[in-house]
Design a protein around this ligand. Structure first.
Ligand code: APR
Length: 239
């Protein structure tokens, strides 16, 4: 039986699937990932991009932080939309087969595609708040602001995105661990699994149906029960 037929059988037979994903889920929507050859981190910048999306950079190079963030992380989301991978996951949730999507992505596409239980480990560009008074703003407010986005109270507006050096939301992490611990089928897709603590979550899986759908090889391939090195949108469209 081919890998896709095996995956189809596992999905057809399960009512407890959990998905763990990354930037590779949104590349077929036209949003570059980070570490592929054409990814964000391989484009030429004055500083290493992982330095630019850090808390230190936000505080010490605020103008440059927002230029990079608006152009490279927020704006691309507004010009793109979910793809078949997002819609399939939402469909499986509706059918009672998939329990949760755990994502490292900040584009909000899983919710846009109809997924309800989405755990955003690294936050989302869709939520923005004033650091001083807490007032909420939209991603459009941040993008259209001239330079550093400012609140009506004068405070700085920041995206609810986890930057390097910042901690993840422990409540979300605990919920993610519980879903993964209980999962019958864990499908990991579109992630290089190199950023912790997110990547460490898959260690909690105790089942025997660990699926990896990723264009490139990852350090976890050897532990997977099923590995498919193809585009996740194309694979899911066959299921
Ligand atoms: N289908 C399947 N896999 C794909 C596709 C696709 N269409 N497109 C890209 N990929 C794979 C790439 O081969 C790569 O292994 O997805 C993976 C994306 O890896 P990264 O670019 O490292 O993205 P991600 O794993 O989400 O990065 C994790 O790094 O900078 C931080 O916070 C950022 O959340 C991000 C984290």
């Amino acid at each position: 039986m081919s890998e896709i037929e095996t995956l189809k059988q596992w999905i057809d037979e399960s009512d407890n699937i959990v998905f763990f994903g990354g930037a590779g889920v949104s590349t077929e929507s036209g949003i570059p990932d980070f570490r592929s050859v054409d990814g964000l981190y391989n484009q030429k910048y004055k500083y290493p991009p992982e330095v630019m999306v850090s808390h230190t950079f936000l505080t010490q190079h605020t103008e440059e932080f927002y230029d990079f963030y608006k152009e490279k992380l927020a704006a691309p989301v507004l010009n793109a939309k979910p793809n078949v991978a997002h819609y399939k996951l939402a469909e499986w949730e509706k059918q009672g087969k998939l329990k949760a999507v755990i994502t490292q992505n900040i584009d909000g596409f899983h919710q846009l595609a109809g997924s309800k239980e989405v755990l955003e480990l690294h936050g989302t560009v869709m939520k923005n708040y004033c650091e001083k008074c807490g007032k909420r703003y939209t991603v459009e407010d941040v993008i259209k602001a001239d330079g550093v986005p400012k609140c009506s109270c004068g405070g700085r507006i920041r995206p609810d995105v986890v930057l390097y050096e910042e901690g993840l939301d422990m409540d979300i992490m605990e919920r993610a661990v519980r879903y993964i611990q209980k999962a019958d089928v864990l499908i990991i897709g579109g992630t290089s699994l190199v950023v912790y603590p997110a990547a460490g979550l898959i260690r909690y899986y105790t089942g025997n149906k660990l699926v990896l759908v990723n264009l490139s090889e990852t350090s976890q391939d050897r532990y997977a029960d099923l590995v498919i090195h193809e585009k996740i949108g194309e694979v899911f469209s066959k299921l």
